[in-house]
Design a protein around this ligand. Sequence first.
Ligand code: MGD
Ligand code: MGD
Ligand code: SF4
Ligand code: MO
Length: 751
Amino acid sequence: MVKAAKAAKVTTAKVTTVKATRANEQTHFRTCNLCEAMCGIEIKHDGNKVLSIKGDKNDPFSQGYICPKATALQDLHEDPDRLRQPVERTANGWKEISWTDALDKVAAGIQSVQKQHGQNALGIYLGNPNVHNLGGMLTIRHLLHSIKTRSRFSATSIDQLPHHIVSMHLFGHMLRIPVPDVNRTQYMLIIGGNPLASNGSIMSAPNMRQKLKDIKARDGKVVVIDPRRTETADIASEHHFIRPATDVLLLLAMLNEIHLQGYAKEHAKNNRAAALAPEIDRIASFAKDYTAESVAGITGITAVEIKRLVKEFCEAESSVCYGRMGISVQEFGLLSQYLAMVINIVTGRLDEVGGLMFPNPAVDVVNNSGPGYLGKRLSRVSNLPDFNGEYPVVAMADEMLVEGEGQLKGFISVAGNPVLSTPNGEKLDKALSQLDFMVSLDYFVTETSRHANIILPPVSPLERDHYDLTFNGFAVHNVAKYSKALFSKKKNERHDWQIYLELAKRLNKKVPLATKAERLLIKVLGPKFLLDQGLRRGPYEGMTLKKLKKNLHGIDLGPLKSMLPQALKHKDKKIHLNVDFYQADLDRVKEMMQQYDDSQILLIGRRHVRSNNSWLHNSHRLVKGKSRCTLMLHPETAQQHSIEHGQDVKVSSRVGSVVIAAEVTDELMPGVVSIPHGWGHGRKGVKQKIAQAHAGVSVNDLTDDTLIDQLSGNAAVNGVPVQLEAIHAEAGELEVNKIDKLEATELEVSG
Ligand SMILES: Nc1nc2c(c(=O)[nH]1)N[C@H]1C(S)=C(S)[C@@H](COP(=O)(O)OP(=O)(O)OC[C@H]3O[C@@H](n4cnc5c(=O)[nH]c(N)nc54)[C@H](O)[C@@H]3O)O[C@H]1N2
Ligand SMILES: Nc1nc2c(c(=O)[nH]1)N[C@H]1C(S)=C(S)[C@@H](COP(=O)(O)OP(=O)(O)OC[C@H]3O[C@@H](n4cnc5c(=O)[nH]c(N)nc54)[C@H](O)[C@@H]3O)O[C@H]1N2
Ligand code: SF4
Ligand SMILES: [Mo]
């Protein structure tokens, strides 16, 4: 009760400040950079104080929509736990040190590791917020070039890696990724995506609730395939439960049915995409062994339903098959994404209005980067293929723990929290604690950065300018918007890009003249001059940074347009279906079918609209209320394991166990349980008070670093076999989670 009263006081205090200072109110427009949706926001402020954050009604892309997370930009900016100065870990705890000292020490630490153990003994992990950071995106190569290590990892391999590989193979570039034309489609099939919670992914589309409602309002249909009846499923026309990680079977059966029912032929008549794919005829037999009847038992979707889905998909005036995390981050991630793409192609939905279309962003990232490659090298310990110079993240802990030449002894984490975000986090946690030297670029002392010798904190998002280099490339409507920094950074603060350049300068003194010149320009002008160059070289005539600066709400560049064949990056301007590569993976599918054990309890993840991976849990506004880190399970599954609603359950997998409160709900398919990721802030040494008070447990202490998609090396965090055991009160195993539950109840009482 005491805690609840305190929380209420803080809120009142804030309101008072706001009222007292309204007189000098100013308005700032920008794009929220927290997720992929790129919502325009309007920030009222008085000098250095944020007064309010609202949706910008004049933003042509988001038209006033925002989600509850936008306000976290203020919370993050003001967070007393956010580091403003580098800190060094000492025997007596963290000590603030000067930037010069910190950068010198970091450079020395890196050099010492590389000198003693070789260039590749230094690992680097780039977390998700890197792609939401303009300066970082434009300059990270300077840091990468200066450390010259092959031991690179990123969040890609626990996320969208399959999308990149499919696009690289088919269209000739890993970033040439088509997105659902959700504004115009008449039929949207969503497999393993929950845009109502996530606000869309590889589909930048603010206000998906409205967009999906609009599809239904124009007599279209939204169909969701998901082991959980999600927020998205709730507003869809139709939802089907599917056993986790069996989507590959559903997609194979659908592809087969498309051919059996004659739709492929029918669509072939004026199928521009298929006409560009020399191997298209081989697709007819690709899935011939997979009938709707043969997959119904395992997937949990009846043959009749599968056939109807196919018929409706093919007969709709326009349609699109969209698969996201649920089918990417599981054992058949790459083959599933391939099949989703192939289905769009054979049904004539690629590059067509209302289908899957290629965005045309103002900065053409595709033409400014390499196409990507798979498997040039294999990871030292687990023999997993690299993609575009990055090894799968599941290989990271072993590279630190297993001795031998090339063992990682030093590590840089940049805007990432892999202890909470990657499989078998507990193992990585141990591995990080054994390193000779580690540095983190992060706002906080997190579950990961607490292992660093030095933490280098960048400026807050409100202190930097912004343009979405990545997400404009996934936008469902072409737009461009530049946001200036709202607040100027303090003298004693550094941008991520400044940290990269400072380290690069210290690490390799001998650089080509052109690089030196570029670094000097960046230093003087800021990385935005590179953005200006990109805009000028881009596809829209007269597009410059100056022009964007004049259009505070952004520029509408129109709906998605047909981009084939010019979007293709293969020299022959064809779509390369790469059938042999994908067909080979069918052996694994056959094996899975033969050995399928439908009695296993399978774990999946989930997202919540008030959370963002591991790092917005220190915002009181976002975590207040009932605990969200719960084990969801169906009443039948609960009954089978004698679990009652609210009771603590020990969940165990091959790699570990957690104790977590049960949330019994028929939202989940029987035999499936769900735990959200990004929690588990109870680890010793974390310094985020609010997050610690709402600690929860980390689902990635259950997910398994050996459970992967063999074809891509992508992690498989969905469909993890687990065991359940009801815990009776006296056992009292995991105090942290208990405290979390208690706190949640208290806050609820306070309203
Ligand atoms: N089980 C399970 N695991 C998952 C997922 C899942 O669905 N289930 N999802 C996966 C996915 S899709 C992703 S993308 C990953 C995310 O995994 P990560 O990228 O490893 O983790 P984040 O939680 O995004 O942590 C980002 C960190 O960067 C810091 N930060 C934020 N902005 C900046 C910045 O501008 N600069 C710097 N230097 N630091 C910053 C934050 O304080 C935070 O500590 O998690 C993955 N893990
Ligand atoms: N609020 C919020 N928004 C976010 C994030 C966040 O953490 N919170 N993270 C951001 C990031 S980094 C990303 S990558 C995106 C992700 O965006 P989405 O992919 O839309 O996110 P999820 O909510 O993880 O949706 C995955 C869905 O797949 C389902 N699923 C799980 N296993 C399976 C399966 O085997 N088959 C099928 N068919 N479905 C399955 C889950 O139940 C879930 O509904 O969200 C982004 N936006
Ligand atoms: S959906 Fe929310 S977090 Fe994502 S960009 Fe919009 S306001 Fe920001
Ligand atoms: Mo992600």
